[in-house]
Design a protein around this ligand. Structure first.
Ligand SMILES: [Zn+2]
Length: 210
């Protein structure tokens, strides 16, 4: 598994195409969940082409199923705050080696310099039915925050067949639109950031921090 702390991620060049952020709420086939709402409304925005691809992904889902977006863009200050918070939690659990802290924290929170959410390139999302009820994904979005790390990896062993099928459905519609998953978090997908460029072999990321 290549983590965001991997030196190859920061070594990936960025040629930002300058595309603006766009409001997820303007796309009717996507539902925006308010649980991560921030004062500036950043959570409800992603780069324009990322939003277009999300709309196409949602349209390709079976009737009655749609995408529920939990969080899109995130400020650099907020990213730094979350990284420090998670490092503190790991320190309390007895980890003191700085390199090990960085490695373990970056499984769930990206280091600021390479953060896909800060580039407007990433979304945390899941699937809902026609009543707005979340499908069984075998674990909650952001499960690491409540100590439920077991079910966070996309390929977590021991998932029920239903959860496995629902994760595969999410993966299929997003992969078709060019998104890549961060394998330690089934809900995190990105397009155009450094991690995406490294995983797809693109010569450079098209989105940097914004
Ligand atoms: Zn994420």
């Amino acid at each position: 598994m290549i983590l965001l702390s991997d030196p190859r991620v920061i070594d990936t060049p960025v040629a930002d195409c300058g595309e603006p952020l766009a409001e997820i709420a303007t796309v009717p086939v996507i539902t925006l969940d308010p649980r991560e709402q921030d004062e500036a409304g950043a959570y409800g925005r992603v780069r324009a082409s990322v939003l277009e691809r999300l709309g196409s992904a949602s349209e390709r889902l079976p009737a009655g199923v749609r995408l529920l977006v939990i969080e899109g863009h995130r400020s650099l200050a907020e990213q730094a705050r979350r990284f420090a918070l998670y490092e503190d939690r790991l320190r309390l659990s007895g980890i003191t080696d700085p390199a090990e802290l960085l490695r373990q924290a970056s499984a769930f929170v990206s280091p600021v310099e390479v953060a896909p959410h800060c580039a407007g390139a990433a979304v945390d999302l899941t699937l809902i039915d026609s009543d707005g009820v979340e499908l069984d994904m075998g674990g909650a979005v952001n499960g690491h925050r409540t100590g439920d790390e077991t079910w966070c990896p996309f390929d977590a062993p021991g998932l029920s067949p239903t959860a496995r099928a629902n994760r595969n459905l999410l993966a299929q519609c997003l992969s078709e639109q060019g998104f890549v998953n961060y394998p330690s978090e089934w809900w995190h997908w990105s397009y155009g950031d450094r991690y995406w460029a490294l995983m797809t072999g693109a010569p450079a990321a098209v989105y940097g921090p914004i």
